[in-house]
Design a protein around this ligand. Sequence first.
Ligand code: 6PG
Length: 244
Amino acid sequence: MADIRTFDAPDELTTAAADLVLDAARAAVRDRKRFTWCLSGGNTPAMLYRKLASEPYAASFPWDRTYVFWGDERWVPADDPDSNARMARDELLSRVPLPQDHVRPIVTTGIEPEASAAAAERAVRTLLGPDLRPDLVLLGLGEDGHTASLFPGTAALGERTALYAANRVPRLDTWRITATLPLLNAARRIAFLVTGTAKARTLRQVLFPEAETVVLPASMVRPANGKLTWLLDREAASLLPHAG
Ligand code: 6PG
């Protein structure tokens, strides 16, 4: 059963998320001398990234032992306002002493989608080494049940070998480069960060699926040998069976 934690105030949630990342980082550095962290995109994690770039986290986090890569990227230039890498750079990576050569962005210019996915896979395989297990994967949840860029009904959901895929998303009429379930589910720890009333119905279907309902991509994220934590605000958790 997943570890589900609900928080009333936004800053409580952000602090709990920052503490979870810091704890994961400290454990990884203690056990393996480095912390490999798969970042999420979208808007929700911005508050977490800002919190980690501020005190007391900025001064106590093992930035020099931290390596980051992404769970997905939009098919836009790196300086595009929609770029996940740009958001993380603006809110965190440009504000903490994480070495630039510890960052593995997904390349989205001067390359075709399939080649970008292959390059991302090579970079992450090289980074993670033979055990291929990220120390922490941070994920969000879309209102349609997608996570990373694993959207319902898209080809990447079925990938069981490659670690990244170029995923055509008809609903958005765009390409996305996404980590696949084999990579996500290899993580030592996975944390979903979900806020807002708009996610409540989807979250209930993901966490407490009713019989014969469609299996949503986020429901397929189940670490084979790791810990799964859901960090929620009161609004996102409002339709869960034990909601207060
Ligand atoms: C992305 C993310 C995606 C995101 C969800 C939720 O590239 O958009 O990886 O999976 O986590 O769409 O996005 P919000 O946090 O903006 O609601």
